[in-house]
Design a protein around this ligand. Structure first.
Ligand SMILES: Nc1ncnc2c1ncn2[C@@H]1O[C@H](COP(=O)(O)OP(=O)(O)OP(=O)(O)O)[C@@H](O)[C@H]1O
Ligand SMILES: [Mg+2]
Length: 387
């Protein structure tokens, strides 16, 4: 392959959220449903859940505000509830300062100063409880100060109210909250309930996968101070893509090089990805980089490269016991319903109860996955154990 072609193909396969329709695959239903909410629901907080790399940010990119203002915030600070809320406020102020509105800018300026001052003071106090004045250490301060989260709520509240007065309706998209622990996210959302519950304010938040599971399973109590239904009006779950959709995604990106991966190679990429577009892009790039001397990637080449790559990355991570390996081999070879697999395992000399237990545990660990009611081994395991 020529160098410029390698560069171009790698760029086309680069992992970044999609924002142009040209490259978008599926997700119409989810995008339409969320857009309906944005247009018609009186207010409320809604979640978008899904495993990492499944396409949450991509979906958020296609959410529009037919009426009013669309505001997208990408959170980056983690550490604690206070810092996350401070970050939310900071990102909101940066956003609205660009609107060239005097009232909004004035309020945003005040709020921004508050966050910066709070953060730097809190941080200085955190370091050994000392404050530096005029280059010298002042007397050490024994107490440590905490970020004033109540003032942060007040600023958030005032800014949102002003935005609503100016624009009539606000669609607030908050991305990357899904990287926090489920428990922390719930505490944060609960504490923001009164700030977010405003007529004509629709808040869409990307949430950890675990929250969906909980929401879907029981819609029950989470703890004494509230339940999920109380915090979230609805949650959208982004399912893994089908093999065909993964292939479509790669083909759309490589439309100038339609023959670079042949049909079988695309099947191998999809098999590896288990419907996760990020995993598909990652392995595709690895295949390119490992085959610089080739102009076309066949199924066999893709398969051999994936096997090699997987062994390099994952062999030491999973140390499988003999019996685990036996179970995984049977599942890899046959796939199917749980009971049919247990029967096969019994034929291979594994006791019925043991077989059930092993299958369940391997499924909990993600080594066995379920798609359309059928069990199979995950893509990573598949390429680790096949010959
Ligand atoms: N519907 C889609 N059509 C085409 N490509 C997609 C789609 N969904 C996701 N992708 C691709 O998959 C990758 C991951 O998508 P994205 O960043 O949106 O996922 P995410 O769920 O927000 O991930 P994270 O958990 O890291 O925030 C990106 O490279 C994106 O281009
Ligand atoms: Mg994202």
């Amino acid at each position: 392959m020529r160098e410029d072609m390698v560069k171009k193909i790698l760029k086309l396969l680069f992992d970044a959220p999609v924002s142009s329709k040209e490259f978008l695959v599926d997700r119409e239903d989810e995008i339409n449903s969320i857009n309906l909410i944005c247009s018609f629901q009186p207010f409320g907080v809604y979640g978008v859940c899904g495993e990492t790399g499944i396409g949450k940010t991509t979906v958020l990119n296609f959410i529009e505000a037919k009426e009013g203002k669309r505001i997208y915030l990408k959170l980056t600070e983690k550490e604690s509830k206070e810092i996350i809320i401070g970050d939310m406020l900071y990102k909101l102020t940066s956003e609205i300062m660009g609107y060239n509105d005097r009232d909004l800018s004035k309020l945003a300026e005040k709020a921004k100063e508050f966050v910066i001052e709070e953060r730097s003071e809190t941080d200085t106090m955190g370091v050994g409880g000392r404050v530096i004045i005029g280059g010298e250490y002042s007397k050490s301060i024994t107490h440590s100060r905490k970020f004033n989260v109540y003032l942060a709520y007040e600023f958030l509240n005032d800014i949102l109210e002003l935005l609503l007065r100016k624009y009539g309706r606000v669609i607030l998209l908050i991305d990357e909250l899904d990287k926090e622990r489920k428990e922390d996210v719930l505490i944060i959302l609960d504490s923001l309930k009164s700030v977010f519950n405003k007529d004509n304010l629709v808040v869409i938040i990307s949430l950890p996968f675990a929250i969906y599971r909980e929401y879907a399973r029981d819609r029950l109590r989470w703890n004494e101070s509230g339940n999920l239904e109380n915090i979230l009006k609805d949650v959208f779950f982004l399912e893994p893509m089908s093999d065909e959709q993964i292939q479509e995604m790669i083909l759309k990106r490589l439309k100038d090089y339609p023959d670079f991966f042949d049909g079988d190679a695309l099947c191998e990429i999809a098999r590896y990805s288990d419907g996760n577009p990020r995993d598909a892009l990652w392995i595709s790039q690895r295949i390119v980089l490992n085959n610089l001397d080739r102009h076309r990637i066949t199924g066999d080449i893709a398969k051999e490269t994936i096997k090699r790559e997987i062994r390099k990355y994952f062999e030491d991570v999973w140390e499988l016991t003999d019996i685990q390996e036996k179970v995984l081999n049977v599942v890899a070879r046959y796939g199917g319903s749980r009971s049919s697999l247990v029967k096969r395992l019994e034929e291979n000399g594994i006791k019925r109860q043991t077989a059930y237990t092993y299958i369940n545990r391997l499924k909990e660990n993600g080594l066995i996955i379920e798609r359309n009611g059928k069990l199979k081994v995950s893509g990573k395991i598949y390429y680790l154990i096949i010959d």
